[in-house]
Structure formats: structure tokens, C-alpha cells
Design a binder for this molecule. Structure first.
Ligand code: B1M
Length: 211
């Protein structure tokens, strides 16, 4: 059985060039920009996340799908803004101090955007104080920390410590190749995700959990 909407399928397949036409068809059929995001695009990125988790697709396919999603959002964002629709949640993300790896972190950021979150990306080599500053400035409910090196795992611990010491009411989700759920517990993070697909599920769990 295949009842996937053509626009959802175009996102899953990463067919960026087909996206504008398919969006116009949805709009012509009377769908609002927010309906298109919620019922056509976000489900597409969820399928991509699932396939990635199951090793049915890999990083290149995921990046291509995320590019198609970006193309769709480029068209729809002005309409959403005009209609006063804002993303449901806000998150800050970055790779911790001393670490320059950003491919995985970028994938997580893209998947979060695909799940209708506003994502403030601080980039790489981000000191703990900069995370604290960003949380104070943007007031997100979620902070994502990425680390790819065993040598930068302590910077992750320092960042969680600094966020807690500043008394900020924010959930911290961590990930990266050397990171485990046990390590997340050890350093007082609220959650852990092993890949970009799980990072969406885990973020939603944390965002819905009561303080
Ligand atoms: Co680096 N590097 N690297 N490197 N590099 C690794 C990580 C390494 C395992 C290679 C190896 O030795 N086998 C090794 C680390 C060893 C260790 O610490 N145990 C290593 C090393 C040693 C280094 C240098 C020290 C090398 C040197 O200079 N001597 C140096 C360090 C620089 C620094 O950061 N200060 C270095 C540099 C680099 C490049 C700059 C050349 C480049 C990075 C380019 C970039 O990111 N823009 C690079 C790369 C590409 C790699 C490998 C080959 C690939 C990493 C990658 O992008 N994977 C890597 C070896 C490997 O992993 N096979 C390696 C694909 C990406 C999609 O996966 O990032 O794991 P990943 O992200 C996943 C999950 O981990 C998770 O979701 C993602 C998607 O599924 N995830 C999160 C990640 N962040 C998350 C956050 C979350 C949730 C999930 O919540 C917020």
C-alpha cells in the first residue's frame, strides 16, 4: 500500500526541483502553508529519520532530503510569517569547545527544523559561556550539544555544568559518536540521541515532559 502524498514522497526522495510545483498544487487545492508543513513536509522528514535510524538510507540521502525540505520552507516561510504562524518550539544547538566536527550536528539541526522547530545554530568550537549566553538571549526550551572527539567530551560536561550553574530552565540533549546514554546521565544531561532521527523523537519527549 502506498498512500504517501506526492510532496511527502518528493521530500523523502530529495527531489528538490519537484518541490515548488507540488507546493503550488497543494496551495491551489486550498491547503494552507501550515497544513502543508504539518501534513506533507514534517511527515516526509519523519520517514527520512526512520529510514536513517534503520540504516535504509545514509548521510548523503539524508542531506539531499534536508535540502528539498529547505527548498519547501523557503517558499512557505514568508506565507507562514504573514499568517502569524511561528515554529512550535525553539532550540539552541552547537558543537562544544575544542571540537570542529559539524556534519552530524548540522543533520540534527536540519531534522529539528523539519520537525517545525526554530533552531539557533551556534556553530562549532562553542565555549560553555556562549551556550549560556545564547540560552539567556533566546530563551529556548532545548539545548543540543554535539561532540565527536573523546577529548572534547569534558567540554560537554563543563557546558552542562555552566547551564545548570546559571539556573537556566532548559533541557539539554547530547549526542555524537563517542557519546552514550550513560555518559549523558553521568554529566547531568536530560537526554541522549545516537542519530539525527532519534534526536527528533528524543527532543519531542523532552519538550513534552513536565519540568
Ligand atoms: Co575527525 N575525527 N578529527 N575530522 N573525523 C573523527 C571523529 C575520528 C573518529 C576519526 C578516527 O580517528 N577514526 C577521530 C576521533 C577519535 C576520538 O576522539 N576517539 C577524529 C580525529 C582524531 C580528528 C582530529 C583530532 C584529527 C587530527 O587533526 N589529528 C581533528 C580534530 C579537529 C577538532 O575537532 N578540533 C579532526 C578533524 C576532522 C575534519 C575537520 C577533517 C573533519 C570534520 C569536518 C566537519 O565536520 N565539517 C573530520 C571528519 C569528517 C571525521 C570523520 C571521518 C567523520 C565524522 C562525520 O562527519 N561523520 C570521523 C570518523 C568517523 O566518524 N567515521 C572523525 C558523519 C556524521 C553524520 O556522523 O558526526 O557521528 P556523526 O553524527 C551522527 C551521530 O553521532 C549523532 O547524529 C549524527 C547523525 O546520525 N549526533 C548527534 C551528532 N551530534 C549529535 C547531537 C545530538 C544528537 C545526535 O543532539 C544534540
Amino acid at each position: 500500500m502506498n498512500d504517501i502524498h506526492p510532496l511527502t514522497q518528493a521530500i523523502v526522495d530529495g527531489r528538490r526541483k519537484d518541490v515548488p510545483d507540488l507546493i503550488q498544487k497543494c496551495l491551489a487545492a486550498g491547503e494552507s502553508a501550515s497544513t502543508i508543513v504539518e501534513t506533507r513536509l514534517v511527515p516526509g522528514m519523519s520517514i527520512v529519520g526512520e529510514k536513517f535510524k534503520l540504516n535504509e538510507i545514509f548521510v548523503p540521502e539524508m542531506l539531499i532530503a534536508a535540502r528539498a525540505m529547505k527548498e519547501a520552507m523557503k517558499i512557505l516561510e514568508p506565507m507562514l510569517a504573514a499568517a502569524g504562524v511561528t515554529p512550535e518550539h525553539k532550540a539552541v544547538i552547537g558543537t562544544v569547545e575544542g571540537d570542529l566536527h559539524d556534519i552530524g550536528k548540522n543533520l540534527v539541526a536540519m531534522m529539528w527544523k523539519g520537525a517545525n522547530m526554530e533552531v539557533i545554530d551556534l556553530g562549532v568550537n562553542v565555549p560553555a559561556a556562549k551556550f549560556v549566553e545564547a540560552v539567556q538571549q533566546h530563551n529556548p526550551k532545548l539545548v543540543g550539544l554535539s561532540a565527536l572527539l573523546t577529548t572534547t567530551m569534558p567540554a560537554m560536561r563543563d557546558t552542562v555544568k555552566a547551564i545548570r550553574a546559571a539556573g537556566l530552565k532548559v533541557r539539554v540533549l547530547i549526542g555524537g559518536a563517542p557519546i552514550t546514554r550513560e555518559y549523558a546521565q553521568e554529566i547531568g544531561a536530560d537526554g541522549f540521541a545516537s542519530d539525527a532521527g532519534s534526536a527528533v523523537d528524543e527532543a519531542m519527549l523532552l519538550l513534552q515532559a513536565k519540568a
